[in-house]
Design a protein around this ligand. Structure first.
Ligand code: GLA
Length: 430
């Protein structure tokens, strides 16, 4: 075919099939890593608090520990910078530059260091004129900033939405940055907060957002408290019919960071956050101090059974199937016809309570017909044996704690069953 003919065909194809704009092949399973914000916030006081301030040293230390202490091996891969890394001004060529006293070696050197450990580096910017903490934003510089990040060897961009101006700037800005990242030719995972900033105005178009972002925040910032973690879980359940069907390989709902290993959650609440983030197919981005984390919290975050469920290749997000007697019951379909279940005790008075679960009442009851194997994973690992539809499991759950277990079809590995494929959230059965 003559050259003009070829380009005509390409043009027509491009018109008929709009290019999928986020073309990086990343986040086939939820992202895993560490992100500084919740624990270290905007601590820029390296004179008085050198150990905890936002500086290149902090990320180098986290990278070292991620390799030395089993985090990398468990799957945690991205070391991510949040807000407050920037200098107050762009340089003479309008390029972004890090604060020179806190990042004296520059971001490229930091990326090289992180890469030398076999890890990846994440960075933060904002769609508007200023970041949330008041540093220069990317508005008007999307292409240049994307190129700068690519030149530095950055692997993930968390793109915030503060100070966005008009809704058009917000939406177009998120799309433009996605295109700009793609255009660099470097695979940079794109973490958005686009729906969070749209919600006060209208319901976001999640199909659209999924085309541009690898994950997206829907709800407010996580704090180091059970109140905060609960509010995120509840928001997710209330909006599940809208947000669950859109999640899958390449694009995930992001309920914000794991705060396990900090100050605000009891042991049972840490178990509950981990269980729910696993069921919600959430990015596992820890915000804690890996240099001094409690061994129990570390074991929870590195639990390979939990990580395997979070990273399940089927890539379906779980959903709440019922709320009864102050117990929340969630399920997540897994590959091989398996399911994970979480039962969260929402009663915060009294002691441990029993939840009698009849397997026949689950929407996925067919998994236990004629028999299934039940394995408890949280709060501790326990083989609960072979069960059938009429087995009543007596689960004893602490206040604000969670029991998480998997159910596997006993007779051979289930080929993907039809009921397992429907991307639909079943109605409550309780
Ligand atoms: C917003 C984001 C947070 C964090 C801060 C930084 O609040 O939602 O996750 O990035 O900005 O200023």
């Amino acid at each position: 075919m003559a050259k003009t003919g070829v380009s005509l065909v390409i043009t027509i194809c491009a018109l008929i099939y709009p290019v999928h704009l986020l073309d990086n092949g990343l986040a086939q399973t939820p992202t895993m890593g560490w992100l500084h914000w919740e624990r270290f916030m905007c601590n820029v006081d390296c004179v008085n608090d050198p150990h905890n301030c936002i500086s290149e040293q902090l990320y180098m230390q986290m990278a070292d520990i991620m390799v030395q202490e089993g985090w990398k091996e468990a799957g945690y891969e991205y070391v991510c910078i949040d807000d407050c890394w920037l200098a107050q001004e762009r340089d003479a060529q309008d390029r972004l530059q890090p604060d020179p006293t806190r990042f004296p070696s520059g971001i490229k050197k930091l990326a090289d260091y992180v890469h030398s450990k076999g890890l990846k580096l994440g960075i933060y910017q904002d769609v508007g004129n200023l970041t949330c903490a008041g540093y220069p934003g990317s508005h008007g510089y999307y292409d240049l900033d994307a190129e700068t990040f690519a030149d530095w060897g950055v692997d993930l961009l968390k793109f915030d939405g503060c100070n966005f101006g008009t809704l058009d700037i917000l939406v177009e800005g998120y799309k433009n940055m996605s295109r700009a990242l793609n255009a660099t030719g470097r695979n940079i995972l794109y973490s958005c907060e686009w729906p969070l900033y749209l919600w006060p105005f209208h319901q976001p178009n999640y199909t659209d957002i999924r085309q541009y972002c690898n994950h997206w925040r829907n709800y407010g910032d996580v704090y180091d408290s059970w109140q905060s973690v609960k509010s995120i879980i509840d928001w997710t359940a209330i909006h599940q019919n809208l947000i669950v069907p859109v999640a899958g390989p390449g694009g995930w709902n992001d309920p914000d960071m794991l705060v396990i290993g900090n100050y605000g959650l009891s042991w049972d609440q840490q178990v509950s956050q981990m269980a729910m983030w696993v069921i919600m197919a959430a990015p596992l981005l820890m915000s804690n101090d890996l240099r001094s984390i409690d061994p129990k919290s570390k074991m929870l975050l590195q639990n390979k059974h939990l990580i395997a469920i979070n990273q399940d290749p089927l890539g379906r997000q779980g959903y709440r199937i019922g709320r009864v007697n102050s117990f929340d019951v969630w399920e997540r379909p897994l590959s091989g016809g398996r399911y994970a279940f979480a039962v969260l005790n929402r009663q915060e008075i009294g002691g441990p309570r029993q939840f009698p679960l009849l397997l026949a009442t689950l929407p996925s009851w067919k998994t236990c017909h004629p028999k299934c194997r039940v394995t408890q994973i949280l709060p501790n690992y326990q083989d609960l044996g072979v069960q059938n539809l009429f087995s009543a499991l007596k689960l004893t759950i602490n206040p604000s704690g969670t029991i998480l277990f998997t159910v596997t079809l006993n007779e051979g590995l289930a080929a993907e069953q039809n009921w397992n494929k429907k991307r639909k959230t079943p109605n409550s059965v309780f």
